[in-house]
Write a protein that binds this ligand. Structure first.
Ligand code: SAM
Length: 332
């Protein structure tokens, strides 16, 4: 069964005045940017709800959560913050991590798409517009709270984690994955900027023009990038996330990180795909990109992990638990 809590309508066509106002208001920017992206988001990020992404979501859960905890699966009631199109929770439900869930996001457009995706999969979910800094659910409601690539968008991350601990039942777990590290974000951005410059300049050459996207589309991407700079608020060192989770009242906190050389390949690849006309690169390219990313991820996990500090990997994830009792909280 799938239901939708009454939510504000999406606004996929922001006016110039709204975009101007959003430059000084990060939450308005989140809503405009993500409402605008919602309908094309799954395509843009190659998000799917088949085995590939089910395995990816489950892999993030397994990487963060200790093995002994996995005997408790599935969690009964789960919440996703900043769900986007539902990538993380819908795939975790399909992977057997949770039985039913609530997908929430600040962007009405994203909640609409996530709810529709859940409906299409026949999952037991509901959707609701919600700010992660003030989660509109009662204390002690959920067994599991998840998020993917959301914490770095939230102005007060510690406040949000306090809200997470509040809505979790005692003993309930949270897991946030896909957050950029401070070091990783630096190399990813530099490589992406370089790739964009090269791709958009080389395709001006005669003979390569068919690889160039129309100028109006490139201009729109640049405007999106300007808004993106307003919505991306933080990068993290793993120790920052651990400290914030502890201050929020969680126990059994762990961080893990992944993607080192895989991110050094993945970001330029994604940027190149965005710089050339959609569909131009074809199936062979997609296979090469995914295959190389998978191989490098294996090398990162099995070789680089032994020598490179945690904070140099691109993605960091954090998990923790709401204490069962005040005594457990005090002993943490
Ligand atoms: C980078 S997207 C990630 C979406 C999805 N979790 C995924 O991994 O595909 C970040 C999402 O967080 C949402 N968001 C940003 N600030 C938020 C806030 N304060 N509360 C709830 N959601 C927020 C955005 O609207 C957006 O959908």
């Amino acid at each position: 069964m799938t239901s939708t809590h009454e939510s504000p309508a999406p606004n996929p066509h922001a006016t110039a005045e709204q975009v101007e106002a959003a430059m000084k208001d990060s939450k308005l920017a989140q809503v405009l940017y993500h409402d605008w992206e919602a309908e094309s988001y799954d395509d843009k990020w190659s998000i799917s709800y088949d085995q590939r992404c089910v395995d990816y979501a489950r892999g993030r859960f397994d990487a963060a959560v200790p093995d002994e905890v996995q005997r408790e699966l599935p969690y009964d009631r789960a919440l996703e913050l900043g769900c986007g199109t539902g990538f993380f929770l819908l795939n975790l439900i399909q992977a057997g991590v949770a039985r039913r869930g609530s997908v929430t996001d600040l962007s009405p457009g994203m909640v609409k798409v996530a709810t529709r995706n859940g409906q299409g999969l026949g999952l037991d979910i509901d959707g609701r517009v919600a700010d992660a800094e003030g989660i509109p659910y009662e204390d002690n409601t959920f067994d599991l709270v998840v998020g993917h690539a959301v914490l770095h968008h939230i102005p007060d991350v510690e406040l949000s984690l306090r809200e997470v601990v509040r809505v979790l039942k005692p003993g309930g777990r949270f897991i946030f994955a896909g957050e950029p590290t401070t070091v990783g974000n630096r190399y990813a951005r530099e490589l992406s900027t370089l790739t964009w410059r090269i791709a958009t300049n080389v395709t001006k050459l005669p003979g390569l023009r068919e690889w160039r996207r129309p100028q109006t589309e490139l201009d729109e991407s640049s405007r999106a990038a300007a808004l993106e700079a307003v919505v991306d608020l933080h990068t993290f060192d793993p120790a920052d996330l651990e400290r914030m989770a502890r201050n929020a009242g969680a126990v059994e906190i762990r961080t893990a990180s992944e993607e080192f050389t895989a991110a050094m390949l993945g970001w330029p690849v994604r940027t190149f795909e965005a710089a050339v006309p959609p569909g131009k690169l074809g199936w062979g390219w997609a296979k090469f990109a995914f295959g190389s990313w998978t191989s490098l991820s294996w090398v990162d996990a099995n070789v680089w992990r032994r020598v490179v500090p945690k904070g140099w990997f691109y993605n960091v994830m954090v998990t923790g638990v709401k204490p069962e009792s005040p005594a457990e909280a005090a002993g943490s």
